[in-house]
Write a protein that binds this ligand. Structure first.
Ligand code: FES
Length: 170
């Protein structure tokens, strides 16, 4: 975050004690407008596309109602966004979920049951309580797979942070 952006983050009192601060930030658009969005800690992307959830292809259904109802019931929407997504890529591993939390990317496969969905939310809430990435709990370890060379179930995402230097325009 730039210094300029940092100064524009506004912490407002949230109506829900569970949802934490309501951090809003003003973003300058290429057209010169200022648009306010919410700064978030994380994002859960649940694939429900050509293979994930496609029972006609022999894959288990995605427990979409549990994904949505737990997200609402846990009052975390102001801190962690939920997206029911199109294809995330590794189709044969259906049902695929990507958790992004404070720079960490955690990929899970075969998240097929409401019980597993609740375990994923429990895990995400454990990171929210800690305010940082934490390792996967034992019950989710068997679902983890590596998609990127910086995927993690065990290492710090800050190990991979380097400053990008754009090439000079010629
Ligand atoms: S359909 Fe889920 S990864 Fe492609």
């Amino acid at each position: 975050m730039s210094t300029r952006q940092s100064s524009q983050v506004r912490s407002l009192q949230s109506r829900s004690s569970k949802s934490g601060p309501n951090n809003l930030i003003d973003i300058s658009t290429p057209a010169g407008e200022e648009i306010t969005i919410r700064h978030q800690e994380g994002h859960i992307l649940v694939c429900n596309a050509c293979c994930c959830g496609n029972t006609e292809k022999g894959f288990p259904a995605v427990p979409l109602e549990t994904w949505k109802s737990e997200w609402k019931a846990r009052s975390i929407r102001k801190r962690v966004h939920l997206t029911i997504a199109g294809c995330l890529g590794p189709c044969p591993l259906a049902n695929v979920v990507l958790i992004i939390y404070r720079g960490a990317c955690v990929w899970l496969q075969a998240v097929n049951s409401p019980r597993q969905v609740k375990q994923v939310y429990d895990y995400v809430e454990s990171m929210m309580s800690a305010g940082r990435y934490v390792s996967l709990p034992v019950q989710l370890e068997k679902l983890h797979f590596t998609r990127y060379d910086f995927d993690t179930g065990s290492c710090s995402p800050t190990d991979h942070v380097e400053e990008y230097s754009a090439p000079a325009e010629g």
